[in-house]
Design a protein around this ligand. Structure first.
Ligand SMILES: Nc1nc2c(c(=O)[nH]1)N=C([C@H](O)[C@@H](O)CO)CN2
Length: 118
């Protein structure tokens, strides 16, 4: 299976369950992979035949900023749903990191995989 991927896409967003978290922005980081057919894009050498990783990143950032989610689980689900619906891909895998969440841990987050692997 071919993939387009984006690693460590950083987004500053309102995220969290506590009152103080609703008043600030925190950094989220997204590692995203989508299933694609690289040969189809390569045949024309045109980005219009590819999943444009710039457009993908911009949309993922917008979902996270606009969502103001409480849970990282909700944020990850909405990102996965949006990518499947809007980018015409059959499968998405993502890890959503909230590295500032715990003072005594380097990183926390969730990993989700949605759709069917071709
Ligand atoms: N499974 C989860 N646990 C927790 C979440 C979360 O989104 N998913 N969030 C918090 C707080 O917002 C935390 O990040 C602030 O320290 C706690 N647990």
């Amino acid at each position: 299976m071919d993939k387009v991927f984006v690693t460590d896409l950083r987004v500053s967003a309102v995220i969290g369950i506590f009152d103080w978290e609703r008043r600030i922005r925190q950094t989220l980081s997204v590692d995203l992979e989508v299933a694609v057919d690289c040969a189809a894009a390569a045949a024309t050498d045109q980005v219009t035949e590819a999943v444009d990783y710039k457009a993908l990143s911009k949309r993922v950032s917008a979902v996270l900023v606009e969502g103001e989610f409480q849970l990282v689980e909700t944020a990850a689900e909405r990102v996965a749903e949006t990518v499947l619906e809007e980018f015409g891909v059959p499968w998405v895998h993502l890890r959503l990191h909230k590295p500032g969440a715990l003072s005594d841990a380097r990183d926390v987050g969730v990993e989700v995989e949605r759709g069917q692997c071709p």
